[in-house]
Design a protein around this ligand. Structure first.
Ligand code: PMP
Length: 399
């Protein structure tokens, strides 16, 4: 008998685990698949030769395909090349990074801004840089996964407070002994589109000596007279300790930033691990983002178009008996079990709409949904067609 090669089966072990777990995910309707879009962004996208109206992108202002933003990226690409070769604390820093930080600091009316490669990297980097063991972090029950992971990585005691409930927050702040207390919340919640009650949360923080960090990923470029987010809309820019925003949604590119004090930025440069140990954003993306910030500030029509679409869609949904409010670009149509959401997404797709089914663990069990994301790039015709499809499907909100 041949001696068995001890290395022969090594490759198969993880594959067996994967097959087992994939089968389990599939049995619960939770398996995910990838699908390339070509072109990648815009109100109309192509998949395998067919055209769809895209209601599943966070490119809220249509800037991902803007000619000025592209031209800025192209010029920087020629000058700097593609990659940055190292983290910014090694040799990956460029004038494009510093220029974008200065531009964002002016836009956010902040003392200082620090870039991160993604929103996910920002949240998982910032939270552990500020709090650790002996401290406590207070997180809204519907916060984004990157905040949840940031809390876990910090090793601080994590207290999850009921969604958008400042009274409950005040109570847990009072009951939890800790050296430092950090409260973290999305400003616009990514799966429901509702707003955090920032004034009241801030009051609870003040009362208990806690710092407040907000994630404006879905508010930047959408809310506020200048498009700087919910903090701007509520006049709280200078009062919130850390305001994190992404460059990947309304700014149409990739990356993220935090607007805060110089001291906090200096600490993050020395301590935030995704900042220190990850290759810097390509300079071309920094230049693209700077052009996008210029567009958001100078072209109010962009935001006006988005808000016209938001109001039209909200009104149309309500006319169909579906609860909807014009408060952000995100509209959930809650259907219940994953299979119902998947089936609705398939039926939308058969009628030319690309809208994704969002299922656990992204949203709580029993609240699987279609999530419509609107953009300034949509026409009234696109919005009306989506409403007509929902009407014909006879979609009903789950209780
Ligand atoms: N925060 C929130 C609220 C988000 O919705 C997202 C992205 N879905 C992120 C952070 C992560 O941002 P990015 O995609 O830039 O990593």
């Amino acid at each position: 008998m041949d001696a068995k090669d001890p290395l022969a089966e090594a490759e198969g072990v993880a594959t067996a685990w994967a097959r087992e777990d994939l089968a389990e995910l599939a049995s619960r309707g939770l398996r995910r698949f990838l699908e390339p879009l070509d072109p990648a962004q815009g109100a109309l996208v192509r998949i395998g030769g067919e055209t769809f109206i895209n209601f599943s992108s966070n490119d809220y202002l249509g800037l991902a395909s803007s000619p000025t933003v592209r031209a800025a990226a192209q010029a920087a690409l020629e000058h700097y090349g593609v990659g940055t070769g190292a983290s910014r604390v090694v040799t990956g820093d460029t004038p494009a990074h510093q220029s974008l930080e200065a531009r964002l600091a002016a836009f956010e009316r902040a003392e200082a801004v620090l870039l991160f490669n993604t929103g996910f990297a920002a949240n998982t980097g910032i939270i552990p840089a500020l709090v650790g063991s002996g401290d406590a972090v207070f997180s809204d029950a519907l916060n984004h996964a990157s905040i949840i992971d940031g809390c876990r990585l910090s090793r601080a005691r994590t207290v999850v407070y009921p969604h958008a409930d400042p009274e409950a927050l005040a109570q847990v702040l009072a009951e939890t002994p800790a050296r430092r207390k950090l409260v973290v919340t999305d400003t616009v919640f990514s799966m429901d589109g509702d707003h955090a009650p920032l004034r009241e949360l801030l009051a609870a923080c003040r009362e208990h000596g806690a710092a407040l960090m907000v994630d404006e990923a879905h508010a930047t470029g959408v809310l506020g007279a200048r498009g700087a987010g919910l903090c701007e809309e509520l006049g709280l820019e200078s009062q919130v300790d850390l305001r994190m925003g992404t460059l990947s949604k309304a700014f149409g590119g990739m990356g993220a930033y935090v607007a805060t004090s110089r001291a906090v930025v200096d600490l993050l440069i020395s301590r935030a691990r995704p900042f220190i140990f990850s290759t810097a954003l390509p300079a071309a993306l920094c230049a693209a983002a700077e052009a996008a910030v210029d567009a958001v500030e100078s072209d109010v029509h962009l935001r006006e178009r988005l808000w016209r679409n938001i109001r039209r869609f909200a009104q149309g949904l309500r006319a169909l008996g579906l609860p909807a409010e014009p408060r952000s670009a995100i509209f959930p149509v809650i259907l219940g079990e994953p299979e119902r959401a998947l089936d609705a997404a398939r039926r939308c797709r058969d009628r030319g709409l690309l809208v994704k089914a969002i299922r656990p663990p992204t949203v709580p069990e029993g609240t699987s949904r279609l999530r419509f994301c609107l953009s300034a790039a949509h026409t009234e015709g696109h919005i009306d067609l989506a409403l007509e499809v929902l009407r014909k499907m006879g979609v009903r909100h789950a209780e």
